[in-house]
Design a protein around this ligand. Sequence first.
Ligand SMILES: [Zn+2]
Length: 434
Amino acid sequence: MATWIKDGELVDPVKGVVEMRDIVVERGKITKIIPAGKFKEKGPRLSVINASGKIIVPGLIDMHVHLREPGHEYKETIATGGKAGVAGGFVGVACMPNTDPVNDSSTVTEFILNQARKANLLKVYPIAAITKGQHGETLTEFGDLREAGAVGVSDDGFPVSNSEVMRRAIEYARYHNLVIITHCEDMHLSEGGVMHEGFVSTQIGLQGIPAASEEIMVQREISLAKLTGCPVHIAHVSTAGSVELIRHGKEEGVPVTAETAPHYFSLDHNAVRGYNTNAKMNPPLRTIEDVAAIKRGLAEDVIDVIATDHAPQSPLEKDMEFDKAAFGIIGLETALPLTLSLVREGVLSLSEAIRKLSYNPAVILGVKAGFLDEGVSADLAIIDPEYEYISKEEDIQSKSKNSPFIGEPMKGRNVFTIIRGRIVWKRDADRFSR
Ligand SMILES: [Zn+2]
């Protein structure tokens, strides 16, 4: 049976254009992308999705999530994280290795891929650990991990503090065709810190994490990428200084790419006032000036990717004093509306915004995804850009509810997620299909 998605505005993040297009999907693949109104076939074996007033985008790719399985299934599983992902418009997520056990062996990588197959929702791209147990000392077996299905390596949650270990990791990662994703933090400088070090931390009496803790390590990674000539991807950029370092590195031709997360361009450290533990993440929310710099970095392509750093935590980790609460917030279901607000602000065009949520992360991960063309797998999302709603806890598909955006007004929402031609998510679909 074929599906005809009619009268939608198709966002092509590769060509950078938005055009009225009809799309025909057959046997899991896109078979036609044609100007709207040109498709004439009818018949009982044709189902129709009316996308009038909607935008059609390549399914989104999130290159930085924590799915918590194995080991912390009470926070999230590959299945519940997958559900949150497809609800948010994602068709693929790269999951970080800080599970229990750590994904530092082919056994764990294979387990993750098996669970993803069983969940049968979105595509899961495992990121394996750089070092055994994420202890920062002994490199894992990159070749075995690649063969088992890992697409990248990272010790996310921690930096690789030893520069010699990191240098070798960067070189081996390129040899094995794995992206290396680095969590930049000087652990001595940040030790004991629970929020950004600045006037808010002083006023409310919490220990701070200085911007320099991130920037020192961003500079080290750029220096190592320059030394080795091998690519490095910087995770969750949060400070103006990091943006400037990456800008300078790129201008010099260093093979560095970078991501930020929606909370770093939507919130600043004032959100911590009232000791809201859902405003506690690492790196922390920074100053208003940092937020402005992150937006400029996105607009000027210094920052290539928007990734969520989706980090589910249960009330066991969050319902307590700010000092003691765990870091992290969920993000899969709010990334799209928060990014669309950048489009309304004029920071990014619609196709640039979608590119940072689809094509760019796919290219960095080295996976064939994030674009729509005749003949490719029908992995797409249909978005209602005008949909206004309040983010509600009961609508959250993730097993954890640790979001600072609960109760906040949102505009723009994913209404359909289609993977290999199959509808895996629809919201109020009767309004759009017949
Ligand atoms: Zn991290």
